[in-house]
Ligand binder design. Structure first.
Ligand SMILES: Cc1ncc(COP(=O)(O)O)c(C=O)c1O
Length: 391
């Protein structure tokens, strides 16, 4: 009888065998660019698919397999693939699935580099695309006869819009298109898109999954068929995660559920504190009743995560003064690690744009993104409080 495991147990033991190399409790890091065959018969058995084993480092690695199996288990997917960054996971997946003359839909409030890859690179190969607001009506309206894929983050970044995944999947099934959710912000702790029928889940494992601001990795989780296709492209393009980083990811994942529990609790506490503060004009957090997608989020998410966006009642420089006055979080891009990070969104991901161009893509100059780590929430709030007093 199989035992259905809780995510706390899966984070520690998922994807691992109990008895490992040399009876070590931890997984071995296999440093190998190639793998040897005993004889020609073994080689031919492997080539004919009679034998499952490693062949060459660009196609797979046993340490990577452990991390992939753990991630597949956490997200209730059949298989997972790891890449050297979240962007590499996104790009390789879209390269594998899109073709000349086909059309895809992406929602607007999504990671800028993902949109850039589609707009500036995929389009050079004749891929058509529509960028639409993260609503089901807008997605369905954008469907064309040559649409083959829809992709969205949920929650999105930086406004934390939450899609109703049942509706998202309904649209995909009705029009026979592949559905992809970049689930970086929610993680399998808060939401498992595959349980809703989503075809492919992507994560920047750099964020909550790695969890320590010390590695870059990307992950794709799906069924065997889709994974086999994407794996073929990964093997050709060569974007495979190295064994050392896979080990660090496995280690980071051991405390994944503990970290997320704390980050969820801190996120809602911080959002409620900010919402009441007179120097904050708006808080974007799906766990607040004031958020546009609150009811969907409440139905769908186990927790609302550790990322909060908010607007300072003031202009660009007043917002910078606030950022410079906080003492615990570091000013840096990224999110999901144990250290809290803070950024003025327009000066990090949108520095090269003018004020008008920023507003056109919905980025206000007083917008702050706060990525909560695992520090004490009392200390973090006290710190924000003193920073707000100083402006
Ligand atoms: C939602 C989302 N997807 C993908 C990425 C890209 O991930 P990476 O930085 O690991 O390439 C990011 C990075 O910030 C992200 O926030």
């Amino acid at each position: 009888m199989s035992i259905e495991k809780d995510i706390y147990t899966q984070s520690v033991h998922g994807g691992e065998v109990k008895f490992k190399y040399a009876n070590s409790i931890t997984n071995p890091v296999v440093h190998a660019s190639t793998y040897v065959f005993k004889d020609t018969e073994e080689l031919c058995d492997y080539m004919e698919g009679k034998l499952v084993r490693e062949e060459y480092g660009r196609y797979g690695n046993p340490t990577l397999d452990v991390a992939q199996n753990k991630l597949a288990e956490l997200d209730n997917g059949e298989q997972a693939l790891l890449f050297p960054s979240g962007m590499n996971a996104v790009c390789t997946t879209l390269f594998a699935l899109m073709k000349q003359g086909s059309h895809m839909i992406i929602t607007s409030d999504s990671y800028r580099r993902t949109r850039q890859f589609i707009k500036e690179i995929l389009s050079k190969f004749g891929v058509e695309f529509s960028i639409v607001e993260p609503s089901h009506d807008a997605i369905e309206r954008a469907i064309q006869s040559n649409t083959i894929l829809i992709i969205s983050e949920s929650p999105t970044n930086p406004y934390l819009r939450v899609l109703d995944l049942y509706k998202f999947v309904d649209i995909a099934k009705k029009h026979n298109v592949i559905s992809i959710i970049d689930s970086t912000l929610s993680t399998p702790y808060n939401q498992k898109p595959i349980d809703f029928g989503v075809d492919i889940v992507i994560h920047s494992a750099t964020k909550y999954l790695g969890g320590h601001n010390d590695l870059l990795a990307g992950c794709v989780i799906s069924n065997k068929e889709l994974i086999a296709n994407i794996k073929l492209y990964r093997g050709i393009i060569g974007g495979i995660l190295d064994a050392n980083t896979a080990y660090m990811l496995i280690r980071g994942l051991k405390t994944f559920a503990l970290r997320l529990k704390q980050q969820n609790q801190s996120g809602i506490a911080m959002a409620r504190y900010l919402e009441k503060h007179p120097k904050i004009s708006k808080v974007h957090y799906p766990g607040l009743e004031s958020h546009v997608d609150y009811y969907t989020a409440r139905e769908q998410l186990k927790g609302y995560g550790g990322l909060i966006s908010f607007e300072i009642d003031g202009d660009l420089s007043k917002t910078s003064n606030f950022i410079d006055s906080v003492k615990i979080p570091s000013i840096a891009p990224s999110l999901g690690g144990v250290e809290s990070l803070i950024e003025q969104v327009c000066l990090v991901s949108y520095y090269d744009l003018t004020t008008e161009e920023r507003l056109k893509v919905g980025i206000k100059e007083n917008l702050v993104r706060y990525a909560i780590g695992i520090e004490s929430i009392d200390d973090l709030i006290e710190d924000i409080d003193q920073a707000l007093k100083s402006i």
